[in-house]
Design a protein around this ligand. Structure first.
Ligand SMILES: Cc1cc2nc3c(=O)[nH]c(=O)nc-3n(C[C@H](O)[C@H](O)[C@H](O)COP(=O)(O)O)c2cc1C
Length: 258
């Protein structure tokens, strides 16, 4: 029990990998473990594309802002929300199907995310490491075409997995005081928690040399805190940050039409 808690509290994303491959047996163990995640009404609204071919990883990296770990990892997984299989279930049973409703989109997205979280945990428990890749949505139409995704299937996130070549550092989180509220939402707790976290993350040293768009803020002379970093991220108007294509893309694939 305590071992599991320690394990969970030791989570850190890994982005640097050795050359060691992941066997098909170990991949299967990771994914069947992930499959035991809770799933809304046992619908299991997701699919996973396992990519090992170097050429495909290269293409995925290009489409994900040239993230090097996608090329270096032995196994790149793409977790897709999937209503296509469920539509098939309804068709086979001779019932109507309502995949266009936003609620089913949420159901499939949540199921996918829960499974992805456990896949990463399972890999970590087996001595591997990895990182989730939201940048899979930077060029989501191209990714979908490359992976031959049918309608009612969309990539929620990628995941680079492998054996870490350096031990990743556990990153501190916002104090629970700014996250957990008693009985009702407590907005007054937010500012103190942000200020405290800014100080703590500076001590952690994680943000040094990682300024977001420094060329855009030449006048900035303050301390580069998590707030500054995060606010710049949120202010970033680049298409790969805002991903303005998502609404149209999802609708074109049959999601969120109602
Ligand atoms: C849905 C999701 C998408 C992410 N996408 C990326 C990504 O594209 N590239 C990357 O390097 N890290 C990505 N991350 C990793 C986060 O940056 C990381 O989890 C966060 O900074 C906290 O660090 P930690 O996981 O080491 O604790 C993603 C994480 C999540 C949950």
């Amino acid at each position: 029990m305590n071992q599991l808690i320690d394990f969970l509290r030791g989570h850190a994303s890994a982005r640097q990998f050795t050359d060691q491959t992941i066997s098909l047996k170990d991949e299967r163990m990771i994914l069947t473990t992930a499959q035991q995640s809770p799933t809304s009404s046992n619908l299991q609204g997701y699919s996973i594309i396992a990519i090992r071919e170097q050429a495909t990883k290269l293409r995925m990296s290009e489409l994900c802002g040239n993230q090097q770990h996608i090329i270096d990892c032995p196994l790149f997984l793409v977790f897709c929300a999937d209503l296509y299989r469920l539509r098939r279930v309804s068709e086979r049973a001779g019932y109507p199907f309502f995949g266009e409703y936003t609620e089913l989109f949420i159901v499939a997205t949540v199921d996918t995310t829960l499974a992805a979280g456990r896949a990463l945990m399972a890999a970590q428990a087996m001595g591997m490491g990895g990182v989730m890749v939201g940048a899979i949505r930077n060029h989501i139409a191209e990714v979908s075409e490359k992976l031959a995704l049918p309608e009612l299937v969309y990539p929620v996130m990628g995941m680079s997995l492998g054996y870490p070549s350096v031990e990743p550092k556990v990153k501190p989180r916002i104090s629970l005081d700014g996250i957990r509220f008693a009985e009702n939402y407590e907005p007054e707790k937010i500012d103190p928690a942000i200020s405290e976290y800014d100080e703590r993350l500076i001590q952690f040293g994680h943000l040094q040399g990682r300024e977001v768009q420094p060329e855009k803020y030449p006048e900035f002379k303050g301390r580069y805190t998590w707030s500054e970093h995060t606010a710049r991220r949120l202010a970033n108007t680049s298409p790969t940050t805002r991903r303005p294509h998502m609404k149209h893309y999802l609708k074109s694939r049959g999601f969120i039409l109602k």
